[in-house]
Design a protein around this ligand. Structure first.
Ligand code: IPM
Ligand code: MN
Length: 352
């Protein structure tokens, strides 16, 4: 099969982790007789530096033409510490999500047998955790009107949702629940927010179309608590953009390292696959970042974008072996026994 993949390495550790995923994908292609055509494109601070814009039209065209997008991370400290900056790398990410119509962000959290004691939570709490957040990604407070009043001393960010936006995300949630344990949790703040009441009402009206799915409705504050108390009680969770942003960071540490969790963003056009960690600028260029989340994102890409299950399994298996055999970076191994980012990538590619 011919696979056309747009490669958006981005900023910070993005280029390093993406390079390892490319090695692994090329090894998979070699083994299973596929031909991958990688098309690199600029995004984030790297794109601002080169062309003054964090998601250039040319990059968008490359993404639209591709069968899938593999993405690293974006963000640069020089913009974080400058609230007056007119262009920011993150704007590129939001623009990309909007223009590609990536309305559903799929963020799984699972545990690895060999890493169970790396988690900040006790073994008995997290054993068996295997949940998936579906975070709405192109609406809500991220994209509502924002601004300043009263000479800049008052600020606002509007949160807007349409029934249509909720329906398309919830539909993905119900469908995913049907392929898993048929449990769906709708996370909202319906005791306070009107948008949450719209979410709840919309999801309730859809229940009759999926009679086998058991739906629960929980407030976001309670979910934040129960996620660390009893994560294995959840399966598929659907939620709006900002709640999903916060809860998925919280959920990502359950596995033991944020450097492990992959994600997919799907919607109207090409789907995008990326690690859930950020650009981690402190580690950039040091060859120490954990490439496994990006490698596992590539596994999601083989599975979902190309329907290639065996290839995806080969990647997940080799990642499990690297964890079991200790071929891992310093976030997991500690400094003394750590492998470099590039060494982990080489080992994975050789062992595919
Ligand atoms: C994420 C990130 C982004 C978000 C930032 C970088 C804009 O935190 O992908 O979760 O808030 O969505
Ligand atoms: Mn986030």
């Amino acid at each position: 099969m011919k696979l056309n993949i747009a490669l958006l390495a981005g900023d910070g550790i993005g280029p390093e982790v993406v390079a390892q995923a490319v090695k692994v994908c090329d090894a998979v292609a070699n083994k299973f007789n596929h031909e991958i055509n990688w098309t690199p494109a600029l995004t984030g601070a790297a794109a601002i530096d080169a062309v003054g814009e964090p998601y250039p039209d040319e990059t968008h065209e490359i993404c639209v033409q591709a069968d899938a997008v593999l993405f690293g991370a974006i963000g640069h400290p020089k913009y974080d510490n400058d609230p007056t900056a007119k262009v920011r790398p993150e704007q590129g990410l939001l623009k990309m999500r909007k223009k590609l119509g990536l309305f559903a962000n799929v963020r799984p959290t699972f545990t690895f047998h060999s890493l169970i004691d790396n988690s900040p939570l006790k073994r008995e709490r997290i054993e068996g955790t295997d949940l998936v957040f579906l975070r709405e990604l192109t609406g809500g407070i991220y994209f509502g009107e924002k601004g300043r009043l009263e000479d800049g001393d008052v600020a606002y960010d509007n949160c807007l949702y349409s029934k249509e936006e909720v329906t398309r995300l919830a539909k993905k949630g119900f469908e995913l629940a049907m392929t898993r344990s048929k449990k769906l949790c709708c996370v909202d703040k319906a005791n306070v927010l009107e948008t949450s009441r719209l979410w709840r009402e919309t999801v309730q009206a859809m229940e009759k179309d999926y009679p086998e799915v058991e739906v629960s409705y929980e407030f976001v504050d309670a979910v934040a608590m129960r996620l660390v108390q009893w994560p294995s009680s959840y399966d598929v969770l659907i939620t709006e953009n900002l709640f999903g942003d916060i809860l998925t960071d919280e959920a990502s540490v359950i596995s033991g390292s944020m450097g492990l969790m992959p994600s997919a963003s799907v919607g109207e056009k090409t789907s995008l696959y990326e690690p859930i960690h950020g650009s981690y600028p402190q580690a950039a260029g040091k060859d120490i970042a954990n490439p496994l989340a990006t490698v596992l994102s590539a596994a999601m890409m083989f599975e979902d974008a190309f329907g290639l299950q065996e290839e995806a399994k080969a990647i997940k298996d080799v990642v499990n072996r690297s964890l079991a055999e200790g071929v891992v970076t310093e976030d997991i191994a500690g400094k003394d026994k750590a492998y470099k980012t590039s060494e982990v990538g080489d080992w994975l590619a050789e062992n595919i």
